[in-house]
Write a protein that binds this ligand. Structure first.
Ligand SMILES: NC(=O)c1ccc[n+]([C@@H]2O[C@H](COP(=O)([O-])OP(=O)(O)OC[C@H]3O[C@@H](n4cnc5c(N)ncnc54)[C@H](O)[C@@H]3O)[C@@H](O)[C@H]2O)c1
Ligand SMILES: O=C(O)CC[C@@H](O)C(=O)O
Length: 395
């Protein structure tokens, strides 16, 4: 197996892959444009933020697995991977602590205006009078939007700071003394800090728009360490100017893909907007945890054929019927059942055959698009090697 790692990855985990007999090509400087050529002949591609385009996927000859050594998979063209049956997996939660640490750091930086303090000091300016005006986070209200791995780690830390915490998610909210909120218009007007931890999806794109910023308090703190496209950047800039929002961002529009170079953004002109270099996941702790999970995914796949954290598996396959056949585990038994289904022109969407201890009997579960006719079921029943079967309609 040949694995290309196209982003920074800790050396000890590269060694683990090599010790398992895998050929590793490590080139952390590759970018989107280089990948179609570089990934052409590899079986597995590991990336962090490097963009995996449709072209990279289409030109690949052997690619079977793409691992996102991180959480968000929006840098991988998943529809293109689906067309070629290439697995995409990620490492959920493994960098959550690091991002939460940064989000809390940005909150404190915004409240105390730490970067402005430092810039003035470097320029020889002393301004204790101005920088003594801070609200403090204790007793303030925090709204966490997206209460997944990172949102929960932020809540844990905000609780220790004595904040009053609300959270919103499409899933149930539980833990760390957090109150669930469903309506933005109830919580945004009372929140002193809003921290966003959503994935980039069609539903979250541009969620933080002018209407949302208008609901926020004057002088509130807005933190986004998730993805740039969750925020309408022009609306944010307007809110900074008109409502004195203080902002901490780890992600922003047209963020450079390169690891080093120049950067240009409208945000550079705003004194109370602090932008970090998409470093949320970049602590040693997080990178080791992510790399370990990446190695587990690759080795797990080689050993068992199962992909951990497989993200492009169909969520709800188009199946309406289930056939379960318990049969003697002999050559040809299952094939004869499959022949009957094939002759009925019925597509099997999913199939799993599990063997009982001792290896005498197996049980095969099939998810089907259409029901079997009585005649087909009768043929299955007549097979002396079929012990029992059940055929049901699914909800
Ligand atoms: N700055 C960085 O370096 C960095 C690092 C890791 C992750 N991220 C970003 O942060 C995001 C969140 O990471 P995570 O590990 O917490 O992911 P996660 O999947 O654990 O959490 C995301 C949460 O958002 C919720 N959600 C999804 N759509 C929603 C919607 N429309 N409304 C409300 N809630 C919704 C999900 O139910 C889930 O609980 C990632 O998708 C990634 O884009 C950034
Ligand atoms: O790996 C990185 O540097 C960023 C990772 C982050 O954006 C993620 O979604 O995990």
């Amino acid at each position: 197996m040949k694995v290309l790692i196209a982003d920074k990855f800790p050396e000890q985990y590269i060694k683990k892959l090599e010790e398992a007999g895998i050929e590793v090509i490590y080139n952390p400087n590759l970018g989107e444009k280089d990948l179609p050529e570089a990934a052409r002949e590899v079986d597995c591609l590991v990336v962090r933020s490097t963009v995996v385009s449709a072209e990279t996927i289409e030109k690949s000859l052997n690619l079977n697995l793409i691992v996102r050594a991180g959480a968000g998979v929006n840098n991988i063209n998943i529809p293109a991977a689906n067309k070629k049956g290439i697995y995409v997996a990620n490492c959920p939660g493994k960098n959550a602590i690091a991002v939460a640490e940064l989000a809390i750091g940005l909150m404190i930086a915004c409240d105390r205006r730490i970067p402005n303090n430092v810039i003035d000091f470097r320029e020889g300016k002393w301004n204790k009078a101005e920088y003594s005006k801070a609200k403090g986070l204790h007793g303030r209200t925090l709204a966490i939007v997206g209460y997944g791995h990172i949102g929960k780690e932020v809540a844990k830390r905000a609780q220790a700071l004595g904040m009053n915490i609300y959270a919103k998610d499409i899933s149930r909210i539980e833990g760390y003394g957090v109150k669930d909120f469903s309506e933005f218009d109830k919580v945004l007007p009372i929140a002193d800090v809003v921290s966003v931890h959503l994935p980039s999806t069609p539903e979250t794109k541009g969620l933080f728009n002018e209407k949302m910023f208008n609901m926020m308090k004057d002088g509130a703190i807005f933190i986004n360490t998730s993805r740039a496209d969750v925020v309408d950047e022009d609306a944010l800039i307007k809110a900074v100017k008109e409502k004195n929002l203080r902002v901490g961002l780890d992600v922003f529009k047209d963020e450079p893909e390169d690891k080093k170079g120049s950067v240009s953004s409208k945000l550079q002109k705003l004194e109370n907007v602090y932008v970090t270099h998409h470093i949320g996941a970049s602590t040693e702790q997080a990178q080791n945890a992510v790399a370990e999970e990446t190695v587990n995914i690759i080795l797990g796949y080689i050993k068992s054929g199962v992909i951990a954290h497989w993200v492009n598996k169909a969520k709800a396959p188009d199946t309406h019927y289930q056939l379960v056949v318990k049969h003697y585990d002999k050559p040809g038994v299952l094939a004869s059942v499959l022949d009957i289904i094939k002759d009925g022109d019925i597509n099997i969407e999913e199939i799993e055959n599990i063997i009982f201890d001792g290896g005498l009997v197996a049980c095969c579960t099939m998810k089907l698009k259409a029901p079997l006719s009585n005649e087909m079921l009768e043929k299955i029943r007549e097979n002396p090697n079929v012990i029992t079967y059940s055929h049901v309609m699914l909800d």
